[in-house]
Design a protein around this ligand. Structure first.
Ligand SMILES: *Cc1c(COP(=O)(O)O)cnc(C)c1O
Length: 419
């Protein structure tokens, strides 16, 4: 891809963009009466305009049918509601439909999945995570280790980049996995590292974990709906994600899980159970003795949060229409354009990997000077980005609703702000 450093080029790219009509399907937050440059889809994705319709249909069902809506809601009976997102989610994460279900929230799901897949023994009890993992993941892992009565310091293995590097190499993971081999119970890392934006080589790390005899789990908060995934083929054991970042499903929106069929189709896989994971044919017999639904469905605890799931369906409709291939194609160009422009800005380093296959749409910028001041100026000029102490600005041009002109205007504003 050959880029040019001009607004005319950005305008031309927008005109030729096959996804250009999608921006209009979202509400763009306003700053000083104008469209903001919204680069925080990695934190909270924007609201699709079709959300109202989906949520209202369920509110109406509730108003007009009451409890009958569980089975007789006009369009989508609530009893089956968790099924309606399956096909779309399976495509997004590269799974069989039986391997995915949406439920609960992300950290809750990480715990539920660790209950199944972190089964430490005296010999094999360690959990390997990436250094500087998202705090909720760190706390979840810490508490799981302690819950099982192990020593946190001894049981936690953190993998950090080599001296002088910001991101991890595959051999950082594989050598740590080999080193702890027999004592390693679980590898649990982000698909994309939230701070650096690095997309980890999932297939290779999974193979190394399995070779050592450990389970492989992923937190896909920053990867889902952002990069192509093939969880089933890569042999990942389990994964969880949130839907409110790239999947645009609203603040605190319903999470999703992946359980590989090799575990999910085995009714003896240990788990925390609730009635919604029980065989649906017998669910309302209210009898003793848990019989799991086959697949990820067997991990459900509670009846579905319909309003949150309605938002999710509205958003997934757009993903079904566009498809991950087209999204990724634009994403590579859009983020590539941003990287090309930012190379020209003195005073910042891009710490996200420069190889496109090692990142999603986010670039993490480290300011060498005036970081916080520059960030303030960006905000005043209508850029919604995010600041991470001590000196990082994270920006995520999202292919569904950001434009090449957003990227170009951001470049001009940043150059001025940091100068
Ligand atoms: C956003 C994010 C979370 C948030 O967890 P919730 O349970 O949804 O609050 C967790 N982990 C990672 C890696 C994240 O990026």
């Amino acid at each position: 891809m050959v880029y040019e450093k001009s607004i005319e080029f950005a305008v031309k790219m927008d005109q030729e963009d096959p996804l250009k009509d999608y921006r209009d399907k979202f509400y763009i937050p306003q700053v000083n009466g104008k469209d903001s440059i919204y680069f925080t889809g990695n934190s909270l994705g924007l609201q699709p305009k079709n959300v109202n319709k989906y949520v209202n249909e369920e509110l109406n069902g509730w108003a007009t049918l009451g409890v009958e809506g569980h089975f007789h809601s006009n369009k989508r009976p609530w009893f089956e509601y968790h099924k309606y997102s399956k096909e779309a989610l399976a495509k997004i994460v590269g799974a069989n439909p039986s391997e995915v279900v949406s439920m609960n929230s992300l950290t809750t799901n990480l715990h539920l999945l660790m209950a199944s897949f972190y089964r430490p023994t005296k010999e094999r009890f360690k959990i390997l995570i990436e250094g500087g993992a998202f705090p909720s993941d760190q706390y979840a892992v810490e508490s799981q280790i302690k819950l099982h009565g192990f020593d946190y310091e001894e049981a936690l293995v953190e993998v950090f980049p080599k001296e002088g590097q910001s991101t991890l190499d595959l051999d950082d993971f594989t050598s740590a996995i080999e080193q702890h081999g027999d004592s390693l119970a679980l590898v649990l890392i982000g698909g994309i590292q939230y701070y650096t934006g690095q997309f980890f080589p999932i297939k290779e790390i999974t193979a190394a974990a399995h070779k050592a005899g450990a389970m492989m789990g992923l937190d896909l908060a920053h990867a889902v709906g952002n990069v192509p995934l093939s969880l089933h083929d890569d042999g990942v054991d389990f994964a969880a994600w949130c839907s409110y970042k790239y999947l645009n499903s609203g603040p605190g929106g319903v999470s999703g899980i992946f359980v590989n069929d090799k575990h999910g189709l085995n009714p003896d896989t240990p788990r925390m159970s609730g009635w919604w994971g029980h065989d649906e044919g017998e669910r309302f017999l209210m009898e003793k003795g848990f019989k799991p639904m086959p697949g990820a469905d067997g991990w459900q605890l509670s009846n579905v949060n319909i309003l949150s799931s309605a938002v999710h369906l509205a958003s997934l409709e757009i993903y079904e229409e566009v498809g991950m291939d087209a999204l990724r194609t634009k994403s590579l160009k859009l983020t590539g354009f941003m990287e090309y422009l930012l190379q020209d800005v003195e005073g910042i380093d891009i710490i996200t990997p420069s190889k496109p296959e090692e990142r999603g749409c986010q670039l993490s910028l480290e300011a060498k000077r005036n970081g916080k001041e520059a960030f303030k100026k960006l905000t005043e000029a209508g850029v919604i980005a995010d600041w991470r102490e001590p000196n990082a600005i994270r920006v995520a041009p999202v292919p569904l609703y950001n434009t090449y002109q957003d990227v170009y205007r951001f470049y001009e504003i940043l150059k001025e702000a940091i100068g």
